[in-house]
Write a protein that binds this ligand. Structure first.
Ligand SMILES: NC(=O)c1ccc[n+]([C@@H]2O[C@H](COP(=O)([O-])OP(=O)(O)OC[C@H]3O[C@@H](n4cnc5c(N)ncnc54)[C@H](O)[C@@H]3O)[C@@H](O)[C@H]2O)c1
Length: 348
């Protein structure tokens, strides 16, 4: 049976799901429950059924799938309630704040025989799919570094995202997305250890800047850096291989290139004088010795996430976002918190 969706938590993301899940043919968004009556009314204003209680939503027999889009700390309790009511369940990210909580969610899915997945929608982001396509093409040769960065300029972490007890901070907010992308792209047995550091630049309670390094058993390193206050652009992706370099400037992947060396135009590097003194290693490459190729054209759609869950519920496809994958990422997040606290490299 195709998805008839009920949404728990009708804030920014709950409303977004209501407007987008229904774009997939066959999926119906029936209604929403929120702890805040104003948001229940907002659901009604959008033509949905507004449920005044959680029990009312979970008791609606037409709803076969529940999407939890509340602040992070509420996901486990509400997802388990939904699955115990016999509903398939989609949790927003981060699925939980501890692996122990996630294990209870996975167990609830198993004991009730329902589908359980997580909205890791950034597997369908254009910049990510472009980076993955470039790396998998082999055009850069053996990769030595993959760098994924995002910086805001406002410095502010809003509302519950700035409160520890609700799962605030950049690691749970964006870190979980970027780690999910790296595991999905690089493989689930690739990362050997992690070193993570936090700063509180503008926000007292939670990390608003983080940088982490993942070591791999494939000879390259991954760097993820996320911040809220950097007043100059950095590329979203910078990927270095033995044959060339790729940069992708923004989420839309419009600006960027795959740059490789044109061996024909290469001369012996000469020593040049710079304001930092004489250098040969860092002398600019001769004109014409870099070949610029455009980024590959890709066209992923976020709605493909819902389409896959719908197909999985109907037994037509495997889930793309599998609970065991999300668990690997959450183990890494726990290791990141330990590393940031102890200042040590943590094995994965
Ligand atoms: N995947 C993505 O791209 C993406 C983007 C934004 C947010 N999110 C995630 O979506 C979730 C919600 O984020 P948001 O930006 O919509 O937050 P929000 O604050 O805008 O909305 C949260 C809503 O949940 C309601 N709520 C709180 N406790 C509740 C409870 N116990 N029962 C029912 N409703 C409750 C609040 O009243 C509020 O309306 C978070 O987990 C966040 O990490 C994911």
């Amino acid at each position: 049976m195709a998805i008839t969706l009920g949404i728990i938590g009708f804030g920014g993301m709950g409303g977004w799901h209501a407007r987008n899940a229904c774009k997939v043919p066959g999926i119906t968004v029936k209604g929403a429950y929120d702890i805040d009556p104003v948001r229940v009314q907002a659901a009604r204003d959008e033509g949905l059924v507004g449920y005044d209680t959680l029990e009312a939503l979970l008791g609606d027999k037409e709803i076969n799938t529940v999407l939890v889009a509340t602040p992070n700390d509420k996901h486990p309790e509400l997802a388990i309630a939904a699955m115990d009511a016999g509903k398939n369940c989609i949790s927003e990210k981060p699925v939980a704040m501890t692996v122990a909580e996630l294990d209870q969610m996975i167990e609830a899915g198993r004991r009730n025989g329902v589908i359980f997945t997580v909205h890791q929608n950034r597997r369908w982001d254009k910049d990510f799919v472009t980076a993955k396509t470039v790396i998998e093409s082999g055009d850069l040769g053996q990769i030595f570094t993959i760098q994924s960065r995002l910086h805001g300029t406002g410095g502010t972490v809003f509302g519950w995202r700035g409160e520890v007890e609700h799962g605030g901070g950049m690691l749970f907010d964006w870190g979980v997305h970027f780690l999910d992308q790296m595991y999905y792209m690089c493989g689930y047995d690739t990362f050997t250890d992690v070193y993570c550091q936090f700063s509180r630049v503008k926000t007292e309670a939670v990390e608003d800047y983080l940088i982490l390094t993942l070591n791999t058993n494939k000879g390259y390193r991954v760097i993820i850096e996320i911040g809220t206050f950097l007043l100059h652009d950095t590329p979203r992706w910078l990927i270095g291989g033995e044959k060339g370099t790729c940069y992708i400037q923004n989420f839309d992947a419009k600006e960027g290139a795959v740059i490789t060396a044109n061996a024909k135009e290469e001369d012996e590097p000469v020593i040049i004088m710079t304001s930092a003194g004489p250098t040969r290693t860092f002398s600019p490459r001769p004109a014409g010795s870099k070949l610029y190729a455009p980024l590959p054209q890709v066209d992923p759609q976020w709605t493909d996430f819902y389409a896959n869950v719908d197909a999985a519920i109907q037994g037509k496809e495997e889930l793309i976002v599998q609970p065991w994958q999300v668990r690997k990422v959450l183990c890494c997040i726990e290791a990141c918190f330990t590393s940031a606290k102890t200042g040590e490299v943590v094995k994965l």
